[in-house]
Structures are given as structure tokens and as C-alpha cells.
Ligand binder design. Sequence first.
Ligand code: PNS
Length: 160
Amino acid sequence: MITGIYPGSFDPVTFGHLDVIKRAAAMTDRLIVGVLKNNGKTPLFSTDERVNMLQEVTGDLSNVEVVSFSGLLVDFARENNVSVIVRGLRAVTDFEYELMMAQTNRVMEPSIDTIFLSTSLDYAYLSSSMVKEIATYGGDISKFVPSVTAKRIYDKINQN
Ligand code: PNS
């Protein structure tokens, strides 16, 4: 039984994240999508909102669970019998930080490995920050996030 975790901020989830989730879910028996609670950044969406948005768009994937976590990823992974951490790599600019995280996590918990999925070319440029910026200026984000998520982003931005 292989349990994987795909951790991140997901503020908000994009088609790039969804692509990684679907591919990782096909490779694991159980995939936990782990939403980090307090990472020093000030998120647009609360943790619960980010979890709910992810649940909305992964409801059709039977082996995927969305949960939030705080503290060290390796501690949360250990508590949930995770054997593999999944991260998406968009471009070479992601690589240095991702490699450093993977190596640090492996020193802290040698039994858990990190695997990297190269993001599909369609989403290689995509980031949550860019989606938020486009939405702030009233731009069309329908090519970047699911329609239910787009609605929540516009609603949130209009509230602020
Ligand atoms: O989507 P992000 O913001 O790039 O995700 C970063 C995340 C959540 C994977 C990373 O910040 C993380 O794992 N934080 C938990 C705290 C931790 O374990 N830090 C040590 C990692 S070397």
C-alpha cells in the first residue's frame, strides 16, 4: 500500500496542481493533498477555504483526500504512513529550492522519498500568484483554474 502526499499552499488550486494530483493519484493507492496551515505567507484564502476548494475539484478521484497540516511535513507524513512526497516541477527555476527541500526532508526522515512530476507543458508557466494577480485586475482566469474555483476567486477579491 503506497500512500503519497502532495503538499503545498494551494492559494488557490490551479489546473497545474490538478494535473499533478491526477497523475500522482494514478501512481499511489492513497494520495493525501496536504494544505499547509501557517507558512509565513499571508494567503488570500483561509486554510478551510483552500481545503474546500480542493475537495470540490478532486471529488471524482476516489483515492484522494484533502487535509490541512501544520508543522513539519515529515512529521505529518510519518503520522499518516506516507512513503512518498510528490512535488511538481515547472521549470529549472523551481529546481534548486525543490532539491533543497527534498534533501532536507530526506535527512530528517530517510524512509520517505520525494518524487518530482514534471508539469504538463500546458501549465508550465502557471502559478497561484499569477492567477490572483490576473483576477485582481478583472482578467479572464478560465484557462488557469476550474470554473467553480474561478468564481470563488472573483468573489473573494471583490469582498476585499
Ligand atoms: O506550495 P508551496 O508553498 O511551494 O509548498 C511549500 C511546502 C508546503 C511544501 C513547504 O513549505 C513545507 O513542506 N512546509 C512545511 C514545513 C516544513 O516541513 N519545512 C521544512 C521543509 S525543508
